[in-house]
Design a protein around this ligand. Structure first.
Ligand SMILES: [Zn+2]
Length: 104
């Protein structure tokens, strides 16, 4: 499913996948959990959406923060810092020029 990447990039790829899945599926999961709580535990339903949303935001925010601050395998500066956020732009380290999934 995924192509093989150098070992030093595996951790970044895993963190990026977790952050992406958390962004896409996190809020729908919260909605399903709230609906389940309302059916099975109606006494706890009053603030369940707010509580679970805050927990989801905190977990997703932390995983996204870890991706953004992930150190470049070659030079150690945060790899995503100072990159231009454009579709199709080549993703390379602003310090040393190491591109995504290149051998460090
Ligand atoms: Zn670098």
């Amino acid at each position: 499913m995924f192509k093989k990447v150098p070992e030093k990039w595996e951790k970044y790829r895993r963190k990026n996948l977790v952050a992406s899945l958390g962004l896409v599926f996190g809020l729908p999961l919260v909605a399903v959990l709230v609906a389940t709580i309302k059916v099975w535990l109606p006494n706890y339903a009053e603030y369940s959406f707010q509580t679970l949303s805050i927990i989801w935001c905190a977990l997703w925010g932390w995983s996204a923060f870890c991706v953004v601050r992930w150190p470049c395998p070659r030079c150690g500066v945060p790899w995503l810092s100072h990159q231009v956020a454009e579709f199709g732009a080549k993703q390379c380290c602003s310090q040393c020029g190491l591109c995504l999934y290149e051998e460090p």
